[in-house]
Structures are given as structure tokens and as C-alpha cells.
Design a protein around this ligand. Structure first.
Ligand code: KG4
Ligand code: ZN
Length: 354
């Protein structure tokens, strides 16, 4: 079964062709980073206009790369929530037009949920989905807009255990990068700076928010503020701060210390969540996704965590951690198999449903 997936929730116009919910025949992502860089953040109006211009060429490229034609498609999946409303509507309108004109089913997919599916995707002849071996599972999404932990019964049934009460982890990375004067988008740049040879990740003892003893929620605003004060100086009684003079080495130490604390917070809450799940029964795997799972340090820590806990880890390759349409098509396939279908009344929704 061949699905076309469309993704336009933020500043990436993406289309992918996925076979049987797992084999990625093509995945095309047209990034808009250059359009938003001078504003150091995504400008919604610019994003939606760029999606309109790019959606048709991106779909054509996905079909061409897959060696497929529109007539080969069995269904169309689209990320219809959450995201910038003006961006989402472009993908939803395109998906509805294609599904209607081809007389194939349409399925709307929650983008946050789809990040959890990315670990099932492969580009060769990888193993097929073996739900029995994987579930119940723990899910972790760490992206620019969301940071949440889930209990997953199956690829399509999940419930949220905890989420951030302020910044999402990717947002915290982006703001930290801006504080350190790094270019937009900041997460990958901060990751690279923290990897400077000799960078001391213990140079600063930045806070790791535990919240309540049993809390499965996250908070990254204290960490971000601690970094801000380390870079700009602590304001005195007059409100004025004297910024310290920072060498390149100091900046690398700050990035590495920030990253250590951020990753420690994620692993701390995953450990608590796993304990909660294990009180209820077995937990067989950890499914992860979202842009920050591309982070070098977090990938290493998640690998260590899963090995220590004796659970399988689904950590997608970096290109499927970041926003893409293959994860939309993959989850769309699983949802169709579970009986979900949408009609032409499908509308974009700004918030996640999970
Ligand atoms: O999942 P994603 O592509 O888009 C959203 O759904 O938000 O995630 C984007 C976020 C951005 O905040 C970006 O800075 C962050 O993921 N990110 C990283 C890295 N690569 C992307 N953060 C830290 N280290 C990275 N290597
Ligand atoms: Zn995303």
C-alpha cells in the first residue's frame, strides 16, 4: 500500500511516499530557514506563502524520487495539527484536493504523534512492524514546540504522562543559542559548539528542574535564565548587569554545561515515567522523536538509558527526527489500518490532540 504524506505545520514544506507504513520510497523536505533567519524565528505569514509556492513542486519531487505516479497512490495522509494555522491549511487543502481527485482515502495525522512513529521508518528492507515485541512502550517527543512523555499501548493508542510547563526543549535550545550569539536555528549550532574539543560540561552547575518528587513534567525556563545570567551577568540592585568577557572556550563550556543539564532533565523524567509504567506491567521499548532527538548528547544518553533499563530503543536517524512527511505517511498508514478516515470537512487545528 502506497501513501503520500504531506507536512506543512511550521517552516518545512515536506512530502513523502511510504510503502506499507514503513519503507520510505522518497522523502522531500524544502526548508524555509533562509527566509526566516533574519527574523531569528518563524514569521507565520512568510511561512504560509512559501508553503503555497512549494507544495506542488515538493509533491512532484517526492513522486519522481519514488518512481511513482499519482495513479499509484492508495491514500493521502496529512499533518493537520498542531502548528501554525496558516501553514497547516496549505497542506490540508492540498491533501483534500489530491485525495478527492484521485478517489483515495484521506487521513489526518497529529504531527506530535507522528514524531513517535519515525523510529519505524526505514529506507531499505528493514524489519516490519512487530507491535507485540514493542508495546507497551514509553514515548518521548522533544521538538521545537513540544516536550512530552507518553504511555503507548500501540502505534496508534497513547496517553500523555507529562509535558513541559513552560518552554519546549527545542525552544530552550534555540533561546540558549540566541543568548550565546549563535545563528538561527540554534539547536544544531549549540550542539556543535558543545562538541568543541576540550569543552568542559561541568564548568557551570546549571539547574535540572525536578518539580515535585513524582512529577513527570518538564521545566526549562530556570535553565535558560541561569544561562542568560552566566552570559550577561547577574543584575545588581540597580538592575544593571556587567557582562563577563567570554572567550570562545568559555562559550563552548557554557553550551556543553547547558546541554548536560538539559539532557539530564530528560533522562531523569524518563526514569520516573518508566517506573510508573512498570508498576502497571511490562514496558518493552522507548520510542523517541522530534528535532532535539537529533542532538548528539541526547542520543548518547537515550542509548545508555535504554541499555541500562533493558528496553529496546527506537531512535530515528536525524533526518526523520526533524520535521518530515515520511512520519506522517507512516502513522497515516497505521491509522488507516485501525479504521481512521477523514472526509473533506477535515480542518487544520493549532493544538495537538495528544
Ligand atoms: O521536530 P522539529 O523539526 O520541529 C518541531 O516540530 O518543532 O524540531 C525543531 C527543533 C528546533 O528547536 C531545533 O533547534 C531543534 O529541534 N534541534 C536541535 C538539534 N537539531 C534540531 N536541538 C538540539 N540539538 C540538535 N542537534
Ligand atoms: Zn516536529
Amino acid at each position: 500500500m502506497l501513501l503520500l504524506g504531506l507536512e506543512t505545520s511550521c517552516d518545512e514544506t515536506a512530502a513523502a511516499i511510504v510503502e506499507d507504513g514503513a519503507r520510505v520510497r522518497s522523502s522531500v523536505v524544502a526548508s524555509q530557514h533562509d527566509l526566516h533567519a533574519e527574523y531569528a524565528g518563524v514569521v507565520p505569514e512568510i511561512a504560509s506563502r512559501a508553503h503555497v509556492e512549494r507544495i506542488t513542486p515538493v509533491v512532484r519531487a517526492a513522486l519522481r524520487d519514488a518512481g511513482a505516479t499519482l495513479a499509484d497512490l492508495d491514500a493521502v495522509a496529512v499533518g493537520y495539527r498542531p502548528g501554525l494555522i496558516g501553514s497547516l491549511v496549505v497542506g490540508v487543502a492540498a491533501a483534500k484536493a489530491l485525495a478527492w481527485s484521485l478517489s483515495v482515502p484521506l487521513v489526518g495525522v497529529d504531527h506530535v504523534h507522528a514524531h513517535l512513529y519515525a523510529g519505524w521508518l526505514h529506507e531499505g528492507n528493514g524489519a516490519l512492524f512487530d507491535a507485540d515485541a514493542m508495546f507497551p512502550a514509553l514515548g518521548l517527543v522533544v521538538s521545537g514546540g513540544h516536550t512530552s512523555i507518553y504511555s503507548m499501548e500501540s502505534p496508534v493508542v497513547l496517553s500523555r504522562l507529562g509535558a513541559t510547563i513552560d518552554d519546549a526543549l527545542g525552544e530552550a535550545f534555540d533561546k540558549a543559542a540566541a543568548i550565546l550569539g549563535l545563528p538561527y536555528p540554534g539547536g544544531p549550532a549549540l550542539d556543535a559548539l558543545a562538541r568543541t574539543p576540550g569543552a568542559n560540561e561541568h564548568a557551570h552547575d546549571f539547574p535540572i528542574a525536578r518539580l515535585d518528587r513524582d512529577s513527570l513534567d518538564f521545566s526549562f525556563s530556570g535553565l535558560k535564565t541561569a544561562l542568560l545570567y552566566a552570559v550577561r551577568g547577574l543584575p545588581g540592585p540597580s538592575g544593571q548587569a556587567t557582562p563577563p568577557v567570554l572567550s570562545e572556550r568559555d562559550r563552548a563550556d557554557l553550551a556543553a554545561s547547558f546541554q548536560r543539564a538539559a539532557c539530564a532533565a530528560v533522562v531523569l523524567k524518563l526514569g520516573r515515567a518508566l517506573a510508573v509504567l512498570r508498576e502497571r506491567g511490562p514496558c518493552r521499548a522507548l520510542l523517541t522523536g522530534g528535532g532535539v532527538t537529533a542532538n548528539t548528547r541526547l542520543r548518547a544518553e537515550l542509548t545508555t538509558f535504554a541499555r541500562r533499563e533493558g528496553i529496546e530503543l527506537r531512535l530515528p536517524p536525524a533526518r526523520f527526527c526533524l520535521d518530515n512527511a515520511a512520519m506522517i505517511a507512516g502513522l497515516g498508514h497505521a491509522l488507516l489500518a485501525a479504521g481512521t478516515r477523514h472526509d473533506l470537512s477535515l480542518s487544520a487545528v493549532p493544538t495537538t490532540g495528544c
